[in-house]
Each structure stands twice: as structure tokens, then as C-alpha cells.
Design a protein around this ligand. Structure first.
Ligand code: PLP
Length: 454
């Protein structure tokens, strides 16, 4: 599908065709399934999504970091079409097929670490997390798992317990899984001033040793950049210190790269940014297959092989069209300019976001790596989160055809995960819209400081 890479507003947002579809939906789709922006998409390409009314939106969310390689990437589309034409299902655990093996070759080859690796494929991110916990418990003979404040890991029973936000994800869905402990995260904006990554890690380690006991822990699971938590990047030294402690205590270190992984930050995996940090196991999903549902656990072959035959799997895990898409994505990440492109996008965004943070007193900071960037919104002069203002800004962007997302434990983070296929012109246009929305908000609330009035 070729779509002109241009923002077009043809109707009010949402327009009449989307509204009609939405009222059909409301008759038959559970209210439990949310809808941030009820415009119904008919086609998409690159960084543009076109809705049922012919409006064209600049996508700054990539379906939460899924179509990293761009909407309807030609390599992905043709890999899926070709595979669907050959066969759509046999079940890898019954009668296997090559693309699954090829996807595992690419994944194991591109995970850092000086040891043999193996992989297993599943469907969703939450399922990868469920499986990594199974694997860690089996491999260590221990039950307890450690996760972090502000973490997000999914919506199954176990992963609901692993999320920092019990509310709303777990609200009234209990009892939730036990043996999960949240340790304090390194959150540089909100930690005591000057706290180093190592100090923050010792805080977490001390907490876990007192509350759970190091010899009880099967694994420590951490997002090297927290996704739903608001793109929190732990201070340098945090991950490496944790990793050393885990190793000394026979605890497996898991990097949850479901959101941060696979070229998004300019590296295959975001954990590569931390010198001296080596996870034993990595979970991936979202961005690895251009929108096809597939996830994986990849890591130390000796650990992956402790699982007995039949212990891992599932009917749709590593489904043929999904792994064919994953192969198409990973081959392009290996051969193409995508990782560099993520860095370029990051540089462009950081420059613009930097200017916005200095201009608008309600923006506490911007943070991120590569094409994973966020702004934290606060009440001016404080660190008090301002969720209503965040929502106001996002809604105004949507009205103008630009789609960033919200995030953060306190709902006060504007997160941006543009497809790497976005052009500089389109990216700058989207950022200009965000800037003008912030300017309007600031003016309407009398929040422009003297120095920012031009
Ligand atoms: C989205 C996400 C998950 C859950 O993935 P699903 O495919 O939605 O089940 C797990 N971990 C992280 C870091 C995520 O961002």
C-alpha cells in the first residue's frame, strides 16, 4: 500500500465514518478494551495512517513500538504474502519449518554475549515473560522473582502481578500471582540529587536482600528503558551493578526488551548501552516482526536447554507468517541503515525536545535513546505530575493529525516511538505540531516565562 507521506485533515477528528464504526463497535466490543483515539484506520504506509474519513495521521507511536520498520514495509508484506501462499500453519512442535529456524538464527546471532545461545518463539510479549519466568524457575530451582517500580510486563495473571501499576491492570482481577517483589528503580529525575546508578542499585539490592533473600530469587527482570513506566532510563551503572550482584548470587538476569528492543534505540537491544551489563535471557516481541504477532525468549543455550521437551511452546508460537515477517525485519536490520536511522531520529528529536523543555515550564525533562523519546509533564516549579495537562496536549495533537502516546505511572509522560521509516520532513512537522500545542497550552494558562516570549 503506497500512501503519500503527508498529513491531511479532511474532517473533524474523529470524522463521520469513524464515528459510525465506533457506534457499531460499542454494540459488540467489550468496554474493557480501551480506545485512546477512535479513528478507524483503513490503510497505512511508512509513518502515515489513513482513516475511514480520508484523514492522514503522522504516527508517533508505531502501535506502541511495533511497526518500528514502518507500516506496510515492502519486505515484510511480501514475506507474509509468500508464506501465506505456501502454508499458514502446521505447528512447529509437530511438523517444523525453516523460517522458525532462520528467525532463531538471526535472534541468537544478534544478541550480545560471549556464549552459545538458543531461542524459543511465542505469540505475545506477556507470553514471553511468562515463559522466561518458567525457564528461570526451572533452571535455578527457586520461586521468587524480582521486578521494579514503574515496570510493565503484560496482562496475564503472572504479568499483572509483575506490573507496578496494580491499578488499573489488575483491578478486581485478583487473586494475582505471588512470589513477585518490586524493587526501587533508578529514576534519575525523581531520585535524590546526585544519586549514582551504583547507589540506586545498592538501594534495590539491599531491599531485595532484606525483603526476599538473594538465595530465594530465580531471576531479576528489568526493562533497560521502561516503556509504559515513561521511558525511564536508569542511571549509568545501575544495570551493571545489579547484573554483577545477580551473577554472584546465582540469580538469572533478564532484560525485557519487548518495547526497547530491536533497533528502536539505535542498537539491537537497549541493554547494550550499559557497559559491563550482560543479561542471561532477553524477551522480545513488539518490534520484531513489523506487526505480526510473535515474541521470543533468547539467551544462554545451557539454560534454554534445561527445559524438557514439551515444556515450552503453544499452538500459535512462532506461527509461519509471523516468523517469516520476523526474518524479513531482522534481515533488514542486519543489512540496512535502520539502526543508524534510529540514531538520526533521536538526534533530531532531542534537539527539538530540548528547546521545548527550556521554553515550557511544565516540561520537566525529555529523555530517551534513538527513536524512543519522551517528555515528562509537571506542575511548573515542582516535580508534581500533571496528568490532566498531558492528556490535554495529546488530545490537541490528535486533533491536528499527530499521534504521540501517553505513558508513566502518573500518566504524565508524552511518549514518542515513530516508525524508523519516517522522513525528516514529516518528523519535524510532527514535532512542530507538538511544539505549537504546548505553546497554546502555555499561553492559555499564562505559563510562558518572560524569556520564552519572542
Ligand atoms: C508491551 C509490553 C509487554 C507485554 O507485551 P504484550 O504483547 O502486550 O503481551 C511486556 N513487556 C514490555 C516491556 C512491554 O512494553
Amino acid at each position: 500500500m503506497d500512501i503519500e507521506q503527508r498529513r491531511i485533515l479532511r474532517s473533524e477528528i474523529p470524522g463521520p465514518a469513524s464515528k459510525a464504526l465506533h457506534s457499531r463497535r460499542q454494540q459488540v466490543v467489550s468496554n474493557g478494551v480501551g480506545a485512546l483515539l477512535p479513528v478507524y484506520i483503513e490503510s497505512a504506509n511508512g509513518a502515515i495512517m489513513r482513516d475511514a474519513d480520508g484523514n492522514q495521521f503522522i504516527d508517533l507511536g508505531s502501535g506502541i513500538g511495533v511497526v518500528t520498520i514502518g507500516h506496510t514495509n515492502p519486505g515484510v508484506v511480501s514475506a507474509v504474502q509468500k508464506q501465506a501462499d505456501h502454508f499458514t500453519h502446521t505447528l512447529f512442535t509437530v511438523t517444523p519449518y525453516e523460517p522458525y529456524v532462520r528467525a532463531a538464527e538471526l535472534l541468537t546471532k544478534n544478541m550480545k554475549g560471549d556464549f552459545p545461545k538458543k531461542a524459543a518463539f511465542f505469540v505475545t510479549g506477556a507470553e514471553a515473560l511468562e515463559n522466561v519466568v518458567k525457564i528461570a524457575r526451572l533452571a535455578t530451582g527457586r520461586n521468587e522473582i524480582a521486578v521494579f517500580d514503574h515496570a510493565y510486563h503484560g496482562r496475564t495473571n503472572l504479568t499483572m502481578a509483575m506490573n507496578f501499576k496494580r491499578h488499573p491492570y489488575g483491578t478486581n482481577y485478583g487473586p494475582l500471582a505471588t512470589s513477585v517483589t518490586h524493587a526501587p528503580m533508578s529514576y534519575p529525575l525523581r531520585d535524590p540529587e546526585g544519586m549514582t546508578g551504583e547507589e540506586a542499585a545498592l538501594r534495590a539490592i539491599n531491599y531485595l536482600e532484606k525483603r526476599v533473600g538473594a538465595d530465594q530469587l530465580a531471576c531479576v527482570i528489568i526493562e533497560p528503558i521502561q516503556g509504559e513506566g515513561g521511558f525511564i532510563i536508569p542511571a549509568e551503572g545501575f544495570l551493571a551493578t545489579l547484573g554483577r550482584w545477580a551473577k554472584e548470587n546465582g540469580i538469572l538476569m533478564v532484560s525485557d526488551e519487548v518495547q526497547s528492543g530491536m533497533a528502536r534505540t539505535g542498537k539491537w537491544f537497549a541493554c547494550e548501552y550499559e557497559e559491563g551489563f550482560q543479561p542471561d535471557l532477553v524477551t522480545v516481541a513488539k518490534g520484531i516482526a513489523g506487526g505480526m504477532p510473535v515474541s521470543a525468549v533468547v539467551g544462554r543455550a545451557d539454560i534454554m536447554d534445561m527445559n524438557h521437551p514439551g515444556g515450552l511452546g503453544g499452538t500459535f508460537g512462532g506461527s509461519p507468517t509471523a516468523v517469516a515477517a520476523a526474518v524479513a525485519v531482522m534481515e533488514q536490520f542486519e543489512d540496512g541503515p535502520w539502526l543508524n536511522r534510529a540514531m538520526e531520529i533521536g538526534e533530531i528529536m532531542q534537539e527539538k525536545l530540548d528547546a521545548m523543555v527550556s521554553r515550557y515550564p511544565f516540561l520537566a525533562e525529555h529523555r530517551g535513546r534513538g527513536a524512543m523519546q519522551a517528555l515528562e509533564v509537571v506542575q511548573p516549579g515542582t516535580l508534581n505530575p500533571d496528568a490532566p495537562l498531558t492528556e490535554e496536549i495529546l488530545k490537541a495533537c490528535y486533533q491536528q493529525g499527530v499521534i504521540p502516546l501517553s505513558a508513566g505511572t502518573y500518566g504524565n509522560v508524552i511518549r514518542m516511538l515513530p516508525p524508523l521509516a519516517i522522513s525528516n520532513a514529516l518528523l519535524l512537522e510532527a514535532l512542530a505540531v507538538l511544539d505549537s500545542v504546548c505553546s497554546d497550552v502555555a499561553a492559555s494558562k499564562g505559563m510562558l516565562s518572560a524569556s520564552s516570549v519572542e
